[in-house]
Design a protein around this ligand. Structure first.
Ligand code: GLP
Length: 233
């Protein structure tokens, strides 16, 4: 598949270096002004690497996060806002950072506004992880390929997998605000990072090269600039 550029790495640490080099080169050459950011365990070594790298500056970069749980306060350690502050923003300065407001009074209006903001600052590169069931951001199996930022219902399997990280007696919500597949595909380029056996099925589906709405990750086949950094294949 000529649109998929596959980079094999040994482990999450080497992947973090590869991702950092790609990002740094794009920033240095002026090709990266707006970045889409993900949360999750996959991202932690990458963000650590960014923090360590003193030559890497995001001071002129605008960021948009992919998603946020609905109804979880930004002060809660279960929110993605908290995650981003903890693992990146506290220690690396960005020009401006946007994360959907999962506590908005009207979440549908929040989704529309978030999408408009993305249209105002078109994303040059989005970093994506993938769920075990092939979800990207919170676009679960069965999601349409043209959706924009919306409120998505989490699948039972995602609630189990992600629910393990919930603490403080808070339970994982039923819904989240997420960029849609259509939003993600609007980005100029996509960098997908996936590690470990649990992600094998999703990566294999993508590499099979056939669109399958039960595996949202396969919608990346519709984009012409996708790089996969993985230890799986
Ligand atoms: C969540 C996020 C996704 C992320 C996925 C994988 O569901 N909404 O954006 O890709 O988790 O997370 P992990 O890296 O922890 O496997």
């Amino acid at each position: 598949m000529e649109n998929l550029n596959l980079i094999r790495t040994k482990n999450p640490h080497t992947a973090a270096n590869v991702v950092t080099d790609i990002i740094k080169e794009k920033i240095d050459n002026g090709f990266l002004n707006v970045i889409g950011l993900a949360t999750g365990q996959t991202m932690i070594p990458i963000y650590n690497e960014w923090i360590k790298n003193e030559d890497l500056s995001f001071e002129n970069i605008v960021s948009f996060n992919l998603d946020e749980y609905v109804g979880i306060s930004t002060k809660s350690s279960n929110s993605y806002t908290y995650f981003m502050n903890e693992y990146l923003f506290k220690r690396k300065k960005f020009k401006e950072s946007f994360i959907p407001d999962g506590m908005a009074e009207n979440v549908n209006v929040e989704c529309e506004q978030y999408e408009s903001l993305i249209d105002k600052y078109p994303i040059d590169l989005i970093i994506l992880g993938v769920g075990e069931n092939g979800h990207i951001a919170f676009n679960e199996p069965g999601s349409p390929s043209n959706s924009l930022t919306h409120v998505a219902k989490l699948s039972d399997s995602t609630k189990i997998v992600n629910g393990k990280y919930f603490n403080n007696r808070e339970t994982i919500p039923e819904t989240a605000i997420t960029m849609g597949i259509g939003t993600i595909l609007k980005a100029k380029s996509i960098l997908l990072v996936a590690f470990g056996e649990k992600k094998r099925a999703a990566i294999n589906k993508l590499l099979e090269g056939k669109l399958d709405s039960n595996w949202p990750i396969t919608y990346l086949l519709e984009h012409d600039e996708v790089t996969i950094v993985t230890d799986i294949v």
